[in-house]
Write a protein that binds this ligand. Structure first.
Ligand code: ADP
Ligand code: MG
Length: 721
């Protein structure tokens, strides 16, 4: 451990400094992307147009253009040094997967040609048998196909030794069932568009231009010097510390948040941004976060599909570039106990280029009516499907963060801010005539005056907060794919918009003369039924947890084993099946896979707790015990008294550690046939026992001689320089 500290001290970056003067960021941006500009240059006009219609309007893809596109893509990639291509896909592990194939094909005359056909572009067949399928595939039908996602651009991934053409794809079984995160997202976008258009029709805004969801994910992460990580099996294997006494200084001074960024970290950030610029990821903000060693990166929002792929690239790039600077990037939701964990705020809105965000209050009464309808749809959706939303962010690692007074509680509520809350209050009474905040603000719907952009203060404790022109879903974990939450949001919202459209279709006369009346009545109904989900107070407070459940009937699903069964509820199945986002089988498979992931994660951690307790913590402490005992013996040998309370104390802690580790081992010996029962057991019995082992270890850490302690400490790891 002390060698690690020396190594940290001796670290010098070896890479060439970046130079943004000769290499302009504006030129860099998107230079490795097969983007609109490249397509326009390299594709025949009719092919380009056909492709654009699919990308922009969601038109059916025409497979006959694939050969031409493939050939242009290959030439472009080869001109950038590519030797291989890969279909990139997003299996249910939440990670990014790729299988590389070479362009080179022997020409039969002893030479070779670079080849890439439309068939290879459109479809790939990775050996899918090792990806989780949750019962969708048995090994004898292990086929899985990757299928070109035309709507996201192909790109080049650089490596010092060459480059690879990457093609975003969906991943499906040979029966067409979704095995990935992307397919359901695309399906949910389709559903959303359909229902949104039905509603927009009443406001004269329906069009061929698809309504999509947008997302701007704020990504939090920790940086730790790699020398320390190499000495922490827990960080290496689990991504979080299973042991560690608090540092004398934690985050209580609040001196890290938005503070000056340490030079090594800033260098790292710049290189991350440079890599991401090249890939066309519009990264925008960087800053220190609340916990020491914690930082954030956020891009400008994009359509959900693109934002989701880009967020995966952000995570991969963060990890990779950190190594170049002698650091490890931790994306785990709770790498260190006692200080803040990392989340991912998913800023979410729906709309399109022409309409902007449909959650934007706008500045004309007519648009405000439209806004109120979409906003009410969101409120209704979160009230009806809050438990589902909660289930989409359930994971073993996120459990350590949600509800821990640093992240929103597991109770899903909506923050509207004072102004909007007031307006909805008035709508409830049937379309009020004035607002309490602004003298004569009229909210009789058609006469609604402009709403200020900043409709309220910020509230950091709400899981789902209205922030001016979007909602911010804050319960998502830093490590997760953002696809799941967005699939749920799109589907829930589709259901609400469907409800609204149907109700208006039944009420509004063909000449729209009674539109205002119908909307008023509908909004009044929705507010009455669903206002229980609106909460503007302190989401961290005990009082709210009690009130939410007892008074408002909201659910508090604290842990993953409690939250995942939601996916099997009838209303959830009905929702996804109706809007053709998941089949029942696909949904079951998800529940299975996520439960299995939970079980595997906790099991791995528990086994490592035992291993580390016995092989790293116990030996160090015993050596110290021995030193103390020897001292005592020596003292007695020269006729001095020896009353050594520290020795007794140490011995008691060592016994406690041993016993707790043995107990934990015994717990792990239990066998289960049922995944759900196993997950619940791990959650209720094993996790607390792991904490018990830890409590003895952490107590030892603060008494054992520093030079005998094997594990890098919180203090060493957290204050990265
Ligand atoms: P803060 O930390 O103050 O919440 P940031 O600027 O870090 O805000 O991040 C806000 C994110 O929200 C950015 O990714 C931004 O692009 C995104 N965003 C802004 N407007 C919208 C919108 N209409 N829909 C979705 N995301 C949006
Ligand atoms: Mg935010």
């Amino acid at each position: 451990r002390l060698n690690a500290t020396t190594a940290v001290n001796n670290f010098r970056a070896t890479n060439k400094p970046l130079n943004f003067m000769d290499e302009k960021p504006t030129d860099l941006f998107g230079c490795n992307v097969f983007n609109d500009k490249v397509m326009k240059e390299r594709l025949p006009k009719n092919v380009y147009k056909s492709l654009k219609r699919t990308i922009d309007m969601g038109d059916k893809m025409d497979p006959s253009i694939a050969d031409t596109v493939a050939s242009a893509m290959k030439d472009w990639a080869v001109s950038k040094g590519a030797t291989h291509y890969t279909h990139v896909f997003y299996p249910l592990t939440g990670l990014t997967a790729e299988k590389h194939d070479g362009f080179l094909v022997p020409d039969g005359k002893g030479g070779a040609l670079a080849e890439f056909s439309g068939k290879l572009l459109i479809q790939g067949e990775p050996d899918a048998s090792s990806f989780p399928s949750g019962g969708l595939r048995t090994t004898f039908e292990a086929r899985g196909y990757t299928c070109w996602d035309v709507t996201n651009p192909a790109y080049i991934l650089e490596n010092p030794n060459g480059t690879t053409l990457c093609i975003p794809t969906a991943f499906v079984s040979w029966t067409g069932e979704a095995l990935d995160k992307k397919t359901p997202l695309l399906r949910s976008q389709q559903a959303l568009n359909k229902q949104a258009q039905r509603v927009l029709k009443f406001f004269g805004k329906a069009s061929d231009e698809r309504v999509v969801s947008f997302c701007g994910p704020e990504q939090e992460y920790f940086l730790v010097d790699r020398n320390f990580v190499l000495n922490r099996p827990d960080l290496q294997i689990c991504g979080r510390t299973l042991f560690g006494a608090p540092s004398a200084k934690g985050q209580e001074m609040e001196d890290h948040y938005f503070g000056a960024i340490p030079p090594r970290v800033l260098s790292f950030m710049m290189e991350v941004e440079r890599e991401l610029y090249k890939l066309g990821v519009p990264v925008k903000t960087r800053h220190n976060e609340v916990a020491p060693g914690q930082f954030e990166i956020a891009p400008i929002f994009e359509t959900s599909n693109l934002a989701t792929d880009h967020n995966q690239m952000v995570m991969t790039t963060l990890k990779e570039v950190a190594l170049r600077y002698g650091m490890v990037c931790l994306l785990h939701e709770k790498p260190f106990a006692g200080i803040n964990g990392s989340g991912k705020h998913v800023n979410y809105s729906v709309g399109n280029a022409t309409l902007g965000s449909l959650f934007d209050p706008g500045d004309t009464p007519h648009e405000n009516m439209q806004f109120l309808v979409f906003c009410a749809a969101a409120i209704r959706a979160v009230h009806k499907y809050g438990a589902l939303l909660r289930a989409t962010v359930a994971s073993a690692s996120n459990d350590h963060r949600l509800g821990a007074n640093e992240a929103p509680p597991a109770i899903m509520s909506v923050y509207l801010g004072e102004q909007l809350t007031d307006i909805f209050e008035q709508l409830k009474k049937g379309g009020a005539k004035s607002s309490k905040t602004k003298g004569d603000l009229r909210v009789g719907v058609d006469t609604l005056p402009p709403l200020p952009m900043d409709a309220g203060d910020r509230n950091r404790t709400s899981p789902f907060a209205f922030t001016g022109n979007r909602f911010e879903f804050r319960a998502v974990g830093s490590n997760m794919s953002i696809a799941g939450p967005q699939v749920a949001l799109n589907s829930m919202l589709s259901e609400s918009l469907d409800y609204i459209a149907t109700s208006l279709e039944n009420c509004v006369k063909p000449d729209l003369s009674n539109l205002n009346e119908c909307v008023s009545k509908l909004l009044q109904d929705i507010v009455k039924k669903h206002e229980a989900v609106v909460f503007n107070g302190d989401g961290y407070s005990e009082a709210w947890h009690k009130e939410a459940v007892e008074k408002h009937g909201l659910e508090n699903l604290r842990t993953t084993p409690e939250a995942l069964p939601v996916l099997a509820r009838k209303e959830v199945k009905d929702l996804f099946v109706k809007y053709e986002v998941f089949t029942e089988r696909e949904l079951d498979s998800r529940q299975n896979i996520y439960l299995e992931q939970y079980v595997k994660t906790v099991m791995t951690e528990a086994q490592l707790v035992i291993r580390m307790a016995r092989t790293m913590i116990f030996p160090g402490a015993v050596r110290y015990q021995n030193e103390l005992a020897e001292t005592c013996a020596n003292l007695r040998a020269i006729g001095k008294d020896c009353v050594m309370t520290s020795l007794d104390d140490l011995t008691a802690k060592l016994r406690g550690l041993q016993k707790a580790a043995n107990d934990l081992e015994e717990l792990l010996g239990q066998h289960f046939d049922d995944l759900q029962a196993e997950a619940t057991f791990l959650c209720e019995k094993v996790l607390p026992k792991m904490l018990e082992v830890r409590s003895f270890a952490d107590a030892l850490e603060v008494v054992v001689a520093d030079d005998l302690w094997n594990l890098p400490t919180y203090q060493e790891m957290l204050f990265i320089k």
